[in-house]
Design a protein around this ligand. Structure first.
Ligand SMILES: [Zn+2]
Length: 330
């Protein structure tokens, strides 16, 4: 994380939720190997980008895969983008959904990533305009002209806020009316957030339960819980059980934790009957090589059938977003 510069920017880190110190011994993985098993096609619903000239001051890699851990970290936002696109291509990721992170400007990142050669990219706008009270009509115009595809990553936990607050209602009403997907960060963040870069960060604000009010008020809102709410498992299940249209993404577990933990998490979701509502997401942050490890962890999972893997990698996202809206390559 760019701890120092993040303070000087907006002081908000939109990132993953797992404590870097909580990493167990590595349990496998062959990312980067020639000839490793790969799915036919993948949609990655959770990628991050940075402004092209933003200097990368990432700390140590959060992941545990030896082959990817020691890979060089891109020097700046432009190199990060190139490395991410290359990782997408070698992992058969035909479509990626990208939002800004760590103080990079939403609009600049969206314009630098979209409409270029390579894998198809759709871009999101973070919670920043909502948190700053930007007029909803102004934001709406950027959806109407195709600049943004989704409202997300909505990282309100880093601001100690939750999506059910009244001040966010106009944005959610807009998203519901226009069919804009909303991706809300749930769960946790990197260690020591409140005492370092995000003083307003609160554990409680990662609880998925406030989504209940949102989903009652906006029955047609297309929403997914990023990071599948971990460690609020009972609460995440309750929301998914009651609101059958909400999906989750599995990031950043597949590259950050051991295969055993990834499999346990997947099995938990599958045992509760949620296999059709899990989407593949990487949350690669500063480490494009995480994409290799994440794809391999799902592909190599021993608890998933081929059909379940393909659902997570691709089919569930197509169903959630709608094939017509994704305009997928043939
Ligand atoms: Zn997140």
């Amino acid at each position: 994380m760019r701890m120092a510069s993040a303070v000087s920017a907006l002081g908000v880190v939109i990132a993953a939720w797992v404590a870097a110190w909580a990493i167990p011994a590595h349990a496998g993985g062959n990312a980067g190997d020639a000839g490793r098993a790969l799915p036919a096609r993948v949609i990655d619903v959770h990628l991050h980008g940075y402004e092209a000239d933003a200097v990368n001051e990432a700390g140590p890699y959060y992941g545990i895969d030896a082959a990817t851990r020691d890979a060089p970290t891109p020097a700046n936002g432009a190199a990060h983008r190139q490395a991410t696109l290359a990782a997408m291509e070698r992992n058969h990721i035909v479509l990626g959904i990208v939002s800004a992170s760590d103080g990079s400007d939403d609009l600049i990142v969206a314009r630098q990533w979209a409409g270029k050669p390579g894998p198809r990219i759709l871009t999101g706008v973070t919670e920043r305009p909502m948190a700053h009270g930007v007029a909803p009509e102004r934001l709406a115009a950027l959806f109407d002209d195709g600049t943004y595809f989704l409202l997300g990553e909505v990282g309100l936990q880093y601001r100690g806020a939750t999506l059910d607050e009244e001040r966010f209602e106009p944005y959610l009403a807009m998203a519901e009316k226009k069919g804009i997907p909303v991706a809300v960060h749930t769960g946790l963040g990197p260690p020591e957030m409140a005492r370092t870069v995000a003083p307003e960060f609160r554990i409680e604000a990662g609880n998925p339960i406030p989504l209940e009010k949102v989903l009652i008020r906006h029955p047609d809102l297309k929403i997914w819980a990023m990071h599948s709410g971990f460690p609020w498992d009972a609460e995440m299940f309750a929301i998914m059980q009651q609101f059958t249209k909400i999906y989750v993404d599995i990031s950043p577990l597949p590259w950050m934790m051991s295969q055993e933990i990834v499999d346990r998490r997947l099995k938990w979701l599958l045992d509760w009957g949620m296999g059709k509502r899990i989407m593949f997401g990487t949350d690669q942050m500063y480490w494009p090589q995480a994409i290799d490890a994440a794809v391999s962890a799902i592909e190599n999972s021993t608890v998933l059938t081929r059909e379940q893997k393909d659902d997570i990698f691709y089919n569930n996202a197509v169903r959630f977003f709608g094939a017509d809206r994704l305009n997928l390559p043939d």
